[in-house]
Design a protein around this ligand. Structure first.
Ligand code: NAD
Length: 486
């Protein structure tokens, strides 16, 4: 059994050493309709996690030496199947995470593109041949797979993030143990099922769903894991980094953000409002790259706030699968409580709630919250320093570009940073001086390409970049070999 139906609910097992295993399950609830269980997903034990790691280790020698054409074809076939089934998988994503259908399908297409990209990369593996400083000696620099990769993912991009970690891991010849977030495991299960059915040899990719404190922790402590790639919160990320350092193991850690969007007096008002609306609130604000700090100069401030608040009132919040919905529900009760607590804290701190922030009822019972906008924020307020991870943004009024830049950089995070301006001078200065891994000019802070590096600085990220050709840095290790020509 890999997926079976019991009491009208589909049961989904873990994939360990090519077999579907597990008899303890956790429910996956639709945040748009709490009466709907999307499915029951296996909750792995520590022993099962260890079995998955052992299987990945056993499969490594053969997979690391497998032909590049085999790997490339497998990744290409996976990409094509995801693309063929984008509506079905996109709908599953919307049901488990609450993104609108358009966002769910868009993210599914993104996953397909990532597999396609790494299908090509498998054929582009290369090295260098260099002359030695010693006569008669040749030097080769090559890359080899790292080994067994532990993949730990969050709930907010339930197919794109697993895809952008699994595809390069397999492309470069690594074997995998993947653990999705317990809130939204269905899309990763779907990916594992597709890869398995498309002919991935047993043990090369193992899926262990379940609790972070059990499965994730067991992955952190196991000696046979050669590298961990993690995306999630700062607190878990720190724990992962510490465990990896203890074991002298490579880590790639992507965490939270408190991303600034600067709006200067010379900005095109329509562009700035669109950019802020999208960056702050789309995907229910549940993006690590969301613009939660809107830093606006004096002369445009009032017009910008009025226009943004006006646009916000027409955003349709509702069931993720309804065609007219623009903002889906908050993912679960815990996240909703966090959002509401911060909205109330903002008011206590002296910020002014000028739009949204209210629970709304719809035909189904779900976690529906209208996007919230605060004004009169100061950089020291907790709502302007801590990641909320919901549809909540605050406006900080500043005098000029220099002050805006100082406020933008005055954070422990450094993931994405944006500016809306028609001044080439300020745009260029900002690109050079924003302390962030990704910089956007007249574009939302969220929304990135799949073929270029992704990642941040400071407290947002640790280790080599993800995605694009830069993924090779984490997923391979370099070998330098010398040979004498006699
Ligand atoms: P989280 O840290 O709660 O969980 C992430 C993963 O870690 C889950 O799979 C969880 O089960 C696992 N985990 C929990 N405890 C663990 C432990 N002790 N050992 C090992 N694994 C453990 O994060 P979340 O709530 O799922 O995701 C939201 C966070 O992710 C936000 O902070 C957001 O900014 C961040 N995020 C960052 C990026 C990025 O690329 N920078 C992208 C998306 C999300």
């Amino acid at each position: 059994m890999k997926s079976t139906v019991c009491c009208n609910v589909a049961l989904h097992q873990n994939l360990i050493d090519g077999a579907w295993i597990g008899n303890r399950f956790l429910p996956n609830i639709n945040p748009s309709d709490l009466s709907e269980t999307v499915g029951e997903f296996a909750s792995a034990t520590e022993d099962e996690t260890q079995a998955a790691i052992t299987a990945a280790r056993a499969a490594f020698p053969a997979w690391s030496r497998s032909g590049i054409l085999e790997r490339s074809r497998l990744l290409r076939d996976t990409s094509q199947e995801i693309l063929r089934r984008k509506d079905e998988i996109g709908a599953l994503l919307s049901r488990e995470e609450g993104k609108t259908m358009a966002e769910g399908i868009g993210e599914t297409v993104r996953a397909a593109q990532i597999f396609e990209f790494f299908s090509g990369e498998a054929l582009r593996l290369g090295g260098e041949v260099l002359p030695s400083v010693r006569p008669g000696v040749e030097v080769q620099v090559t890359r080899e797979p790292l080994g067994v990769i532990g993949i730990i993912t969050p709930w907010n991009f339930p197919i794109a993030i697993p895809a952008w970690k699994i595809a390069p891991a397999l492309c470069y010849g690594n074997t995998v143990v993947v653990k999705p977030a317990e809130v939204a495991p269905a899309c990763t299960w779907m990916l594992a099922e597709i890869l398995h059915r498309n002919g991935l040899p047993r043990g090369v990719l193992n899926l262990v769903m379940g609790k972070g404190s059990v499965v994730g922790q067991a992955m952190l402590e196991h000696r046979e894991v050669d590298g961990i790639t993690f995306t999630g919160s700062v607190s878990t990320g720190r724990r992962v980094a510490e465990a990896c350092a203890r074991h002298m193991r490579r880590s790639q850690i992507e965490m939270g953000g408190k991303n600034p969007l600067i709006v200067l007096d010379d900005a095109d008002l329509g562009v700035a409002v669109d950019v802020a609306l999208n960056g702050s609130f789309f995907s229910t604000g549940q993006r690590c790259t969301a613009s939660s700090r809107l830093i606006v100069t004096d002369a445009i401030h009032d017009r910008f706030v009025a226009a943004l608040a006006e646009q916000m009132t027409s955003l349709r919040v509702g069931h993720a699968m309804e065609a007219t919905t623009q903002i889906g529900p908050v993912v679960d009760e815990g996240q909703l409580k966090q959002d509401l607590d911060y909205i109330s804290l903002g008011q206590t701190e002296g910020a002014r709630l000028v739009a949204g922030g209210a629970l709304v009822t719809r035909q189904t019972e779900g976690h529906f919250l209208t996007p919230a906008l605060f004004t009169d924020c100061t950089p020291t307020m907790r709502i302007m320093r801590e990641e909320i991870f919901g549809p909540v943004a605050g406006v900080i009024r500043v005098n000029d570009y220099d002050e805006a830049l100082a406020v933008a950089n005055g954070t422990e995070f450094g993931l994405s940073a944006g500016i809306c301006t028609t001044s080439l001078k300020h745009a260029s200065h900002f690109r050079r001086n924003a302390e962030a891994g990704m910089v956007m000019v007249n574009l939302p802070t969220a929304g990135v390409d799949f073929h270029v590096p992704f990642g941040g600085r400071k407290g947002s990220s640790f280790g080599p970049r993800e995605q694009g050709r830069y993924a090779v840095e984490f997923f391979t290790t370099v070998k330098t070999s010398y040979s004498s020509s006699f």
